[in-house]
Design a binder for this molecule. Structure first.
Ligand SMILES: [Zn+2]
Length: 308
């Protein structure tokens, strides 16, 4: 019998990742992949990742046009929170650079609606890169300098040391080569600049409670699920210092609960943008749980920040 070639962890490079016994399912958009993927766990840093790795073409097919990041309607509960979040981020960025126009590059900038919100609270100059052509068009129509494609493919020569902040929210878990993405971000920052982002956290109560239904899997779009230890190691390898990783205030467990109801109880209503009609209710229902895990530092989503 032919033995499987050694599989290396996409974050730390350790060989011999173990198979996680779960059948990856797309609860939100029911995207069917053309081949079977399994989930592996690194024995060193605990990162879980999809294997085999999809090709760039396959990757694009994982994002339907009704993908939630591409729609304006967040619902009654999430909508105001999204705007509040942009305000809090803008204020936090101003505290880092109080006396200047902040040059910010966002990776996976979508339609740049967050730029519109943030501009109300500070002096920024924005740029970004986005994989969806319709979103790039919309961003340029709004007047933003947004490149089409991925950061992995982007020629960053014109952008070397050009930014104070490179942001990547819900991004590193989607990319084929997270180390390359962070190395390029590092090259684009001025000395003293920061990379800042957010992504799902495996070392969370959310993951432990929901297991295969955990929203952090977001199969097949999430290619790696990080632990704080793995993320810190990757940031250090990409040349960053002053690395901090902490629980984020987030209601991701609402989506985990939605996945659980759909997978376990065959709840299959008509969905809009990957959300069931009771999604807003689910967010309210999980709010105390999310507060609890956040207070314990074991939230399903984590923030990171690191300095060049
Ligand atoms: Zn690893």
């Amino acid at each position: 019998m032919a033995s499987e070639p050694a599989i290396s962890c996409v974050v730390c490079g350790t060989e011999g990742a173990e198979i996680i016994p779960l059948q990856p399912q797309d609860f939100e958009y029911r995207v069917q992949t053309k081949r079977n993927f399994s989930v592996r766990a690194c024995r060193n840093c605990g990162t879980q990742f999809v294997h085999p790795r999809p090709t760039p073409d396959e990757l694009i097919s994982f994002y339907p046009l009704d993908y939630h990041a591409y729609n304006e309607d967040h619902g009654r509960v999430a909508g105001p929170l999204v705007e509040l979040r942009a305000k809090m981020r803008a204020k936090a960025f101003k505290r880092l650079f109080p006396d200047k126009t902040i040059r910010l590059f966002d990776v996976g900038s979508g339609d740049c609606r967050h730029f519109v919100h943030m501009e109300k609270y500070g002096d920024f100059s924005f740029a970004g890169v986005e994989i969806k052509p319709e979103m790039v068009e919309e961003s340029r129509r709004k007047g933003y300098d947004v490149e089409f494609g991925t950061l992995e493919d982007l020629d960053i020569e014109p952008y070397r040391q050009a930014f104070d902040l490179v942001t990547m929210y819900q991004l590193l878990e989607h990319v084929l080569d997270p180390r390359q993405v962070l190395e390029k971000a590092q090259a684009m920052l001025s000395p003293g600049g920061y990379v800042i982002g957010q992504l799902p956290c495996l070392d969370s109560i959310d993951y432990r409670v929901f297991g295969p239904y955990w929203a952090g899997y977001h199969f097949p779009r999430h290619l790696q699920m990080f632990t704080p230890a793995g993320l810190k190691e990757l940031l250090a390898k990409a040349g960053f210092s002053h690395i901090s990783v902490s629980s984020a205030a987030h209601l991701q467990a609402g989506l985990s609960l939605q996945n659980y109801l759909m997978g376990r109880f065959r709840y299959q209503p008509v969905m809009k943008f990957g959300k069931t009609p009771i999604y807003s209710l689910l967010l309210l229902a999980v709010a105390p749980f999310c507060l609890f895990e956040y207070v314990l530092g074991k939230g399903g989503m984590m923030n990171f920040m690191a300095k060049k």
